[in-house]
Design a protein around this ligand. Structure first.
Ligand code: ADP
Ligand code: MG
Length: 598
């Protein structure tokens, strides 16, 4: 152990560990999900590397995950043949570098905005092992370094030493959890089995569990039964099974007459990716479970579309809309990078594209598996590939179709969607020139006709009066506010419907989308609008004449504040209103601009 070195956990990490080890969190089982997901990520990485470096897999050609429990010694061992870690990576990844997620997670826990279940979302899932273990030993071998052993009893420090056994792993990582006494029940055969089944369903690599398999054998073969029972006794000596013995294929036995228990490696998952299956044969529950397994979102998705594109470019994809918008929807694009996972012929390539979909659709979570992309190029080269550009376009198209589908077929769900992502759609209408028209059909606004029941612009148009050539809207900061606005009374009194644009982004929206369906928007707080044109003309002229002294006098007093004062038919009960000119900012826009930090 002469090479052993001691390291302090970075302060935040140490705080987190203390919290985890003392946690009374009920569902401690999530440690296994985090371990399996790390193992799977590590195998993804070496497989990706092997696309350009054929020698990468020489150190260990099997790509799998094995799990072995030893209830007698209270140990669980999970081994993967992934990329492994160099000494430096081991030190940084498991303790000395605090990712930004560490303190974010700590704060969220403190504020009760997150619970332990969300640990993986904050990029510190590994530490969840200390929910169930009080000592953890990580042995790892990376192609570029020797085999090292990391060991910790949590809280303050950990050690790293060169493995005196030499390179026993070939390549990959083996993690041994020494269980706390109150957590040993996880190690029971049925318990661990159910846990693995729960968390491995959508892992793309075989997961083998060392179990006592029940096997059916012919009843007359009594010698055989005794022999197998002997084997069983051997297992209780807790001699660690050899990983190389893990078979490559699942061998299914045929039902016969008598069952006995035989210890051996048992395959826990089928690894057939859900997106390669026929949508007809995939249940909603499977789609939902798959979503939670890859998205790091613990809420079920709102909706999804699973499709196969053929023609210009061939790919399969599942696009999900989450049920909740993240808090920082418009702030940190990089947080959304992980939302789109790209596979090429079932091999995971990357989830690090920053702009796979336009910003306004960054909330979608998608799995894309392409046939036409070259496997052996860098991610950067891939970015430029024409097929990828086509895929991006199709994903946007399909996503907008999915949203339209919700709008047309499930009003309740659609309103939920708008509550979470309505603003995103408006950003889309502003920024996406190609799809603005499509998006315009999807937008909804409150209006004087429907009150709190929002209306689409198309529905508004269908209710427009015969003589009405503009779509009237009023802006403000809430429906309650604009309902009381003097601007709308004359319109509503005459039976015109007024759209309520009460989101800060709305004024910008109409600047970029001045009309829809052949009609133009008209802000009723702006410019000169003649309602009941001809009928009122004579009357208004009379009034103008009658009050000319008053208006002239008002203008002399307000000469610095207003441009003109006029008699109008647009009010009914309010005596007067301040109106912006056609090109000026409305009061609402002034308010929005004043609130901008720049
Ligand atoms: P995340 O998986 O979100 O990065 P974790 O806390 O689960 O966060 O893991 C931290 C890091 O430790 C990983 O990013 C990875 O670099 C490394 N790591 C963890 N487990 C393994 C493993 N089985 N093989 C290789 N590297 C691993
Ligand atoms: Mg992880």
């Amino acid at each position: 152990k002469e090479t052993e070195e001691k390291f302090e956990f970075q302060t935040e990490v140490s705080r987190l560990m203390k919290l985890i080890i003392n946690s009374l969190y009920k569902t401690r089982e999530i440690f296994l999900r985090e371990l399996i997901s790390n193992a799977s990520d590590a195998i993804d990485k070496i497989r990706f590397l092997s696309l350009t470096d054929p020698n990468a897999l020489k150190s260990n050609s099997h790509l799998n995950i094995t799990i072995w429990t030893d209830p007698v010694n209270k140990v669980l061992t999970i081994t993967d043949s992934g990329i492994g870690m160099t000494r430096q990576q081991l030190k940084e990844n498991l303790g000395t570098i605090a990712k930004s997620g560490t303190s974010e997670f700590l704060n969220a826990l403190e504020d009760k905005k997150a619970d332990m279940n969300l640990i993986g979302q904050f990029g510190v899932g590994f530490y969840s092992v200390f929910l169930v273990a009080d000592k953890v030993v990580v042995t790892t071998k990376h192609n570029d370094d020797d085999q090292y052993v990391w060991e910790s009893q949590a809280i303050n420090d950990f050690t790293i030493a060169k493995d005196p056994r030499g390179n026993t792993l070939g390549r990959g990582t083996q993690i041994k959890l020494h269980f706390k006494d109150d957590a040993v029940s996880f190690l029971e055969d049925d318990s661990i089995r159910n846990l693995i089944l729960k968390y491995s369903e959508f892992i793309n690599f075989p997961i083998w569990l060392w179990t006592k398999k029940t096997e059916t054998i012919p009843i007359e073969d009594t010698d055989e039964i005794e022999k197998k029972d002997d084997d069983d006794d051997l297992k209780d000596d807790s001699e660690e099974p050899k990983i190389e013995d893990a078979p490559e294929d699942d061998k299914k036995s045929e039902p016969k007459t008598k069952t006995i228990e035989i210890p051996g490696w048992e395959l826990m998952n089928t690894q057939k990716p859900i997106w390669t299956r026929d949508p007809k044969n995939v249940t909603d529950i499977e789609y939902e479970n798959f979503y939670t397994s890859f998205s790091k979102d613990s809420n079920p998705p709102l909706s999804w579309t699973h499709f196969k594109a053929e023609g210009e470019v061939d790919f399969k994809a599942i696009v999900y809309i989450p049920s909740r918008a993240p808090d920082n929807l418009f702030q940190k694009v990089q947080d959304f990078a992980r939302n789109v996972k790209l596979f090429v012929k079932r091999v995971f390539i990357t989830d690090e594209f920053l702009d796979f979909v336009p910003k306004y659709l960054a909330f979608i979570k998608a799995i894309i598996d392409a046939d036409d992309l070259p496997l052996n190029v860098s991610r950067e080269t891939l970015q430029q590939h024409r097929a990828l550009q086509l895929i991006k376009k199709r994903i946007v198209k399909k996503t907008l179709e999915l949203i339209a589908d919700l709008k047309n077929n499930d009003e309740e769900k659609y309103n939920k969607f708008l509550k979470e992502f309505g603003t995103s759609l408006k950003v889309g209408a502003i920024e996406d020139n190609d799809n603005r028209k499509k998006i315009a059909h999807l937008l909804k606004f409150p209006s004087s006709y429907k009150g709190s029941n929002w209306t689409t612009i198309d529905d508004y148009i269908s209710r427009m009066k015969k003589d009405q050539d503009k779509m009237y809207f009023v802006t403000g900061s809430s429906v309650e506010e604009v309902e009381k606005s003097p601007f709308i009374e004359g319109f509503v009194a005459r039976g015109y419907e007024v759209l309520y644009m009460v989101e800060p982004i709305d004024e910008m929206l109409v600047q970029h989308m001045p009309g829809h369906g052949g009609k133009m928007f008209q802000n009723i707080a702006k410019g000169n609008i003649d309602l009941d044109k001809d009928k009122d003309f004579e009357e208004t002229s009379k009034l103008k004449f009658k009050f000319v002294k008053l208006t002239e006098w008002m203008l002399t007093i307000l000469t610095d504040q207003v441009e003109k004062i006029t008699i109008s038919s647009r009010l009914t009960t309010s005596p007067c209103a301040v109106v912006a000119n056609e090109w000026g900012w409305t009061g609402n826009m002034e308010k929005i601009m004043a609130a901008q930090p720049f």
